[in-house]
Design a protein around this ligand. Sequence first.
Ligand code: E4P
Length: 217
Amino acid sequence: MKFFVDTADVKDIRELNDLGLLDGVTTNPSLILKSGGSIAEVTKEICSIVQGPVSAEVVAVEYKEMMREADFLSKIADNVCIKLPLTLDGLKACKDLTSSGRLVNVTLCFSANQALLAAKAGASFISPFIGRVDDIGLDGMELIQEIRQIYDNYDFNTEILAASIRTVNHVKQAALIGADVVTAPPATLKALVKHPLTDKGLETFLADWEKTGQKIG
Ligand code: E4P
């Protein structure tokens, strides 16, 4: 499973990348707003840190303008992945961009049928929003499961990018189902390492080691 971080915070991205944990980054207009920087500058800096795909989202809703924005974003760096909304215009832009060799992440996916359309449009990634589905009382993981089955039925190459991740349990469940990628906030990715028995065990080993009076090396 690939790990993407869902943030435009360069400090967090650098830290996770240095840990060797990052396969890519996803941003969106809300995350760019939070970063306080311009989309061009922030995306350029992120692309210089991370080798994998960095999703940068268009904000146009009409095909022609989407393509113009996609062209601008594509020129920022080779690893920019164009993020498009799951609309008819977005799917048309997806088909054209992937046909010309661009990476495309189709975002705001909330149903299996939407994911089917994105795969038919040649999307590199489909982003089902687990947390937001849970928020309205439905089951985000069921959506991932359905998409996995449909993509496997027809051998689609589109990668399932589990998004809107809120908990470490979301990560585990997405991995069990077989999502190809998970994108999570920095805190959630770092929380994956935590276990109270690891902390307790380490504390005991260090205390016992202290009693031996030895040093290694
Ligand atoms: C995915 O690409 C989105 O940026 C993100 O996962 C949305 O998550 P949210 O529902 O926590 O805003």
